[in-house]
Write a protein that binds this ligand. Structure first.
Ligand SMILES: Cc1cc2nc3c(=O)[nH]c(=O)nc-3n(C[C@H](O)[C@H](O)[C@H](O)COP(=O)(O)OP(=O)(O)OC[C@H]3O[C@@H](n4cnc5c(N)ncnc54)[C@H](O)[C@@H]3O)c2cc1C
Length: 288
C-alpha cells in the first residue's frame, strides 16, 4: 500500500528537530532508520502529518566510553553496534544482540533508538536494554529527562516517550569485575524478529557464585520485561544445574502471555524457559 500524504523535514541539528516536532507534537513522528515506521505507514497503521528525519543529525550517532559509562547515540545503527570493537571488549551483549537482528539491510539502516522507541513486542533491543539496566536520555521542548529501561516500555508499541520527545542517548554502566553476558533468540523464520529473546547479564563474585543477575525477556508478552523472580533465584547462589533450572522456570511468572498464529503463549513460555537456561549457562562460561 501507499502511505497517506505527509510533510517531510530534514533538520541538521537536534535543536532544529525538537523545534519542528514542537509545532505539532501529536501529528508529527520522528523518522530514524524507517524500518518499522515506513511499513506501519504503508499499512496505514500510522498516519503522521509530518515526518522529522533525524537520521542525518551527525551528533546523534556515536559509541563511546565516558568514565564508568558507555554512551550510545540514538541513531547508531544495528550494524555499527554489531561491529564495534570497543563494545566487543567492554560489553559484548550489545554486539551479540545487534547481530541477531533481521538481515544485513535491516542492520545497516535500523537504529537502536528507533527500535527502543518502537517497543515492538518482538524487538531484540528492549531485552538487552533491560538486562543492562540502561538509562534512556530523552529530550523535548521542555528539556531533558532520563528514563530507566525498566520504566520505558509501557505496553505494545507504547513507551514512556511523550509526543514531541526524542530519544537522544542510551547510557549503560560499564560491566566491571568478573561478568558474563549472553543473548539467546528463537528467530521467526520469515521476519527474523524474536519469537523469544533472552538477554542475560551476570556479575560473578570472587568465590564463583553469582553476585547479581539481570535478565530481559522479549517476544513473550506485549512488551519486553525484567524476569525479576528468576534474577532473585540466581543472586547470591552458586549456579549449578538445579539453581539454573529453578530460576529459568520462573521467567513467565505473572506475565500475560502473547499468542499468535505462529506460537501460542504456552509455547513461547516454554521457549523462554529453555533459552534462559542456555543463556545463563553461556554467560557463566564466558565469565570464566
Ligand atoms: C524485514 C525486517 C526484519 C526485522 N527484523 C528485526 C529483528 O529481528 N529484530 C528487531 O529487533 N527488529 C527487527 N526489525 C525492525 C528493525 O530493527 C527496525 O530498525 C527498528 O525496529 C526500528 O528502528 P528504525 O531506526 O528503523 O526506526 P523507525 O522505523 O524510523 O521508527 C520506529 C518508531 O520509533 C520512533 N523513533 C525512531 N527514532 C526515534 C528517536 N530517536 N526518538 C523518538 N522516537 C523515535 C519513530 O517515530 C517510530 O514511531 C526488522 C525490520 C524489518 C523491516
Amino acid at each position: 500500500m501507499i502511505p497517506a500524504q505527509f510533510d517531510y523535514e530534514v533538520p541538521n541539528t537536534l535543536d532544529e528537530a525538537i523545534a519542528l516536532l514542537a509545532r505539532d507534537p501529536d501529528g508529527s513522528k520522528v523518522l530514524a532508520g524507517g524500518h518499522s515506521l515506513i511499513p506501519a505507514m504503508k499499512l496505514r497503521l500510522a498516519q503522521p502529518q509530518m515526518l522529522v528525519d533525524i537520521a542525518r543529525i551527525k551528533s546523534l550517532s556515536y559509541i563511546r566510553e565516558e568514565g564508568d559509562k558507555i554512551l550510545i547515540g540514538a541513531t547508531t545503527t544495528h550494524y555499527e553496534l554489531e561491529s564495534s570493537e570497543l563494545l566487543q571488549r567492554i560489553c559484548p551483549l550489545l554486539p551479540e544482540c545487534a547481530a541477531n537482528i533481521g538481515d544485513v539491510q535491516v542492520r545497516n539502516k535500523g537504529t537502536i533508538g528507533g527500535s527502543l522507541a518502537h517497543s515492538d513486542p518482538a524487538g531484540d533491543w528492549p531485552a538487552a536494554a533491560i538486562a543492562l539496566g540502561a538509562d534512556l536520555v530523552v529530550v523535548g521542548i521542555s528539556g531533558e529527562r532520563v528514563i530507566k529501561a525498566d520504566d520505558f516500555f509501557v505496553d505494545l508499541l507504547t513507551t514512556a516517550l511523550q509526543p514531541g520527545e526524542i530519544l537522544r542517548e542510551i547510557r549503560i554502566a560499564k560491566p566491571a569485575g568478573s561478568f558474563g553476558q549472553a543473548y539467546e533468540k528463537v528467530r521467526h523464520p520469515a521476519s527474523g524478529f524474536a519469537v523469544v529473546g533472552v538477554a542475560v547479564n551476570l556479575a560473578m563474585a570472587a568465590n564463583g557464585s553469582c553476585q547479581t543477575a539481570n535478565i530481559g525477556i522479549t517476544g513473550v508478552a506485549t512488551k519486553a520485561y525484567r524476569a525479576g523472580g528468576a534474577e532473585s533465584a540466581l543472586a547470591g547462589r552458586r549456579l549449578d544445574e538445579p539453581v539454573i533450572a529453578g530460576a529459568a522456570s520462573q521467567v513467565c511468572d505473572g506475565v500475560e502471555l502473547n499468542s499468535d498464529l505462529y506460537a501460542s503463549g504456552e509455547y513461547r513460555c516454554h521457549l523462554a524457559q529453555v533459552h534462559t537456561r542456555r543463556a545463563i549457562r553461556t554467560a557463566i562460561e564466558r565469565a570464566k
